[in-house]
Design a protein. Sequence first.
Length: 166
Amino acid sequence: MPLETKHEIDPPPVAVPSTVERTKLIPAMALGFVCRCPHCGEGRLFGRFLKVRPACEACGLSLDGHRADDLPPYLVIFIVGHIVGYLILKIEMGYDLPLWVSATLWPGLTLGLALGLLQPVKGAVIGLQYAMRMHGFETSLPPRPGAEETRVGSGDTAPAAGIGRV
Ligand SMILES: [Zn+2]
């Protein structure tokens, strides 16, 4: 019978949802901003200045699937341009700075802010991609380190047993 064979066809395979909860957008970006793994918050994100580690050393989350690309420098230019541009206008209009001060202060401040913000902003972009399941982060997540320990330690049978013995 043709109708019965239709019911025997297996449904298409559905991806099994991970039991490990994904870090929310803002906390994941904040963890990335302080250069920590957006999943567990313990492992370091960068091996060198802007070189992202292949995987988190604490939880094993694969980090090499990120595609931060040109967004971090673009955002840094946007942020630093607004800060330094505002300060140049405010200070140069209000004070009569010697030329050598202007010639060293503004390029130095620009360079310092740009280099200082590149790593945190790249970390935040990776945290955003992780939270939004973009690129290499759509796969299932590894368990967080210490998750099993808290589950074992949170049982309230041990104190009761201890009281009974005394
Ligand atoms: Zn981690």
